[in-house]
Design a protein around this ligand. Structure first.
Ligand SMILES: [Zn+2]
Length: 116
């Protein structure tokens, strides 16, 4: 249910209460001008959905994989001392590619996305 609950009026200058239908100068101060105040009640309903997305980014570190990576890098570099020339270059390229393909990374960037 909605509708007009109350209607009142007052002088714009001195605030004296007036009848809403009052016309002409204020009976208290003599100035002309009134403020009408209306009170209306009702019910408003909203319907909808709200989706909240939270994104959390962090780096996950696997210590043992990191140690393995460092050991392999150092060991393969030391092997470069013994394998010289074009064979050394070929060995470096092949082992580098194999490490990229088969050795997991010690640090992984993790991105968690939650939608509610
Ligand atoms: Zn007045």
């Amino acid at each position: 249910m909605s509708g007009l609950d109350s209607l009142s009026a007052e002088c714009k200058f001195c605030g004296a209460l007036l009848e809403p239908s009052h016309e002409g100068p204020c009976t208290n101060c003599g100035h002309q001008g009134k403020l009408l105040k209306a009170s209306i009640s009702g019910k408003v309903e909203f319907r909808g959905t709200l989706t909240v997305t939270s994104i959390r980014e962090y780096y996950e570190q696997n210590r043992w994989v990191l140690v393995l990576n460092i050991l392999l890098t150092v060991l393969l570099s030391v092997l470069g001392v013994f394998i010289a020339g074009l064979w050394g270059v070929a060995f470096g390229i092949v082992t580098g590619l194999l490490m990229i393909r088969f050795v997991p990374s010690g640090i992984t960037k993790v991105r968690e996305i939650q939608r509610r």
